[in-house]
Design a protein around this ligand. Structure first.
Ligand SMILES: Cc1ncc(COP(=O)(O)O)c(C=O)c1O
Length: 290
């Protein structure tokens, strides 16, 4: 079998040959940040934006970025040369492996850089055509959700609730307002207006969220970024999830009750079409990786 080539601290190696120190602060503390970039036919979708967000996450946790955005793009391109087709690139940078366990950030420690590629799991035809089920729960995570941290226990606990309920996502509510879901952003549509929760420290500013706001502006779709109350979620005509792998998905049941008429709505179908057109333009504009 051909080995799954991954990147580890500047080297391309078969994934199974990569060994990480048990003292690595990523393992010991979850002291690291990450990105997931979708790749269509060898072309990264908003690769630069992902690496710019990686930089913001690293700045927030005072972690030195070993690479510029251009260097990251080149390193990812080299890795992708081993993985043609539709893929998802996972990038993780941790604070490295010191000699001893100590909460205080060690000085001058080389970060650990790891990248791997997995086949992109795009939404099924059924999920696109019929929408997905979600449940809601109180947002019990920390107050720095804008950092794309590898410390994902809060998100994992939230996601498990929906997994156990047979649902696709857990939509989170904090102080009576929608924040996001365990691994997606949430949009609500009422009377033809798309509502997006504020881009603050209580959500991860998704690259897909950002793209959807841009596509809405280009496509003359009315979109407002403002706090979204729980009552607005529960009386919405449409609810959407967005993420790099989910793209845009309609939520058609919430806590077992239908959203709107229980089918993906017209605003969803329009945004889904705009998103697919954007992907098609990407394929035309970029060469396919060898
Ligand atoms: C908590 C959370 N919010 C939102 C998103 C969506 O972000 P993006 O569109 O950049 O994939 C993710 C993606 O994994 C996430 O984990």
């Amino acid at each position: 079998m051909t080995p799954n080539i991954a990147h580890f601290n500047g080297e391309l190696l078969p994934l199974e040959r990569i060994a990480i120190s048990p003292l690595d602060r990523g393992f010991i503390f979850g002291d690291g940040v990450y990105e997931v970039i979708p790749v269509y036919g060898g072309a990264m979708l908003r690769g630069r934006e992902h690496f710019e967000r990686l930089q913001r996450s690293m700045d927030e946790i005072k972690l030195r970025n070993p690479h510029t955005v251009d260097e990251w793009m080149a390193l990812t391109g080299k890795l992708l040369a081993h993985h043609p087709g539709n893929q998802s690139v996972y990038i993780q940078v941790t604070r490295g492996a010191p000699q001893k366990r100590d909460h205080v950030m060690p000085k001058d420690l080389a970060p650990t850089v790891f990248m791997m590629v997995q086949p992109l799991a795009s939404p099924s035809k059924d999920a696109i055509e019929n929408g997905v089920a979600c449940i809601t729960h109180e947002d019990f995570r920390w107050a720095k959700c804008h950092i794309k941290s590898t410390s994902l226990l809060g998100n994992i606990l939230a996601r498990q609730l929906s997994a156990e309920a047979g649902a696709t996502e857990t939509i989170l509510l904090r102080d009576g307002h929608v924040t996001e879901a365990s691994s997606s952003n949430v949009f609500v549509v009422k009377d033809g207006v798309v509502l997006a929760p504020p881009q603050d420290h209580l959500i991860l500013l998704g690259i897909t969220y950002d793209l959807v706001t841009k596509l809405a502006a280009e496509g003359a779709v009315r979109l407002e970024i403002r706090p979204v109350a729980e009552a607005e979620l529960r009386s919405a005509d449409e609810v959407w999830l967005t993420s790099s792998t989910k793209e845009v998905l309609a939520v058609t049941t919430l806590d077992g009750k239908p959203v709107g008429n229980g089918k993906p709505g017209p605003a969803f179908r329009r945004m889904h079409a705009l998103y697919q057109e954007y992907k098609a333009r990407l394929r035309e504009s970029r060469p396919v990786a060898a």
